[in-house]
Design a protein around this ligand. Structure first.
Ligand code: GDP
Length: 295
């Protein structure tokens, strides 16, 4: 994960160790390299610049140049800042509803259906949760079938109605079904499009308003880099969602989305997807991710 970014940051920060004396000049050079590594990883230029400026201020504030181990202190400052940029503490999902309603949003192909299954499986394994999956894509019958395949695979019931063409009605009927049958979590998978369009946004907003979910999650493919961040912004402007799910982090992704999304939409990344299998789900811990990136 993020191999190229890790290599570049490693090189940038270890330059400091090669110098007999650490000076303001080589700290500045290091930070320039750090910034370049972030931009190469598809982090927006302004975010990368703000990041290195903050690191610089902290380094000055902590008198790095006079410290016993300047390079170690610099690495620590960069790591702490990276953790902060990605969200600080891990944030769980709100499961306080009776039942708790979780609405999935995102573009087609982002991994919504797969993640809906992973989350249902993750919660089911907690024993106290009995999830119901709901298929609300009224355009693609194949999407409904796909959710049924996923549900069968993990042993979770799937609510669908291929005759009904109004997703709000399907969602409402599913919640009534959950209440009547002892399900305490309802995970609603919705229709996505290949790109942001008004009709999709209106539809997801209507569902959102009608069912008032405890959690609205935005699912995004990490491989799409800065597009992921722009799409997140478009969905957040309409839905004011609660958290981000970053999928396909097992692929050859450069890391930009993971690093910048929080600072753009001010919403935490809550889970990551690391493969196609139902078990390939992890809670997102910014500090652990920063550790991985900085090696
Ligand atoms: P949806 O259209 O948003 O519901 O997306 P899908 O759940 O159908 O996922 C689209 C494709 O991405 C499928 O082939 C999934 O198997 C794949 N996929 C989803 N999540 C991940 C992931 O975390 N890693 C990898 N490698 N593939 C994933």
């Amino acid at each position: 994960m993020f191999d190229s970014l890790s290599d570049k940051l490693d090189k940038a920060l270890h330059v400091l160790k090669g110098h007999g004396q650490i000076t303001e000049v080589n700290v500045a050079e290091t930070l320039k390299e750090v910034r370049r590594a972030l931009v190469d990883a598809d982090v927006n230029f302004k975010i990368a610049k703000d990041f290195t400026n903050t690191v610089k201020e902290k380094a000055l504030g902590q008198d790095v140049l006079k410290s016993l181990k300047p390079s170690q202190l610099m690495v620590k400052i960069v790591k702490d800042e990276l953790t902060d940029l990605m969200g600080g503490d891990a944030e769980g999902i709100n499961l306080s509803g009776q039942p708790s309603i979780i609405l999935m949003s995102g573009l087609q192909g982002s991994g919504k259906t797969t993640f809906s299954g992973k989350l249902a499986n993750f919660l089911k394994n907690k024993k106290t949760k009995k999830p119901l999956l709901v298929a609300c894509d009224v355009y693609r019958p194949a999407a409904i079938d796909q959710l049924h395949v996923v549900g069968d695979q993990i042993g979770v019931e799937v609510y669908s109605n291929k005759e009904e063409k109004n997703p709000v009605k399907i969602a409402e009927a599913a919640i009534a079904h959950a209440k009547a049958n002892g399900f305490n979590v309802v995970i609603i998978d919705t229709a996505g499009r290949l790109a942001v369009d008004e009709q999709m946004m209106n539809e997801i907003s209507d569902i959102h308003q009608a069912i008032e979910p405890q959690e609205t999650l935005f699912v995004v493919d990490a491989m799409t880099g800065q597009d992921a961040v722009n799409t997140a912004k478009a969905f957040n402007d309409r839905l004011n969602f609660d958290g981000v799910i970053l999928t396909k982090l097992d692929g050859d992704t450069r890391g930009g989305a993971a690093i910048s999304i929080k600072s753009v939409v001010n919403k935490p990344i809550k889970f990551i997807g690391t493969g196609e299998k139902m078990e390939a789900i992890d809670v997102f811990y910014p500090n652990r991710m920063a550790d991985r990136i900085l090696g």
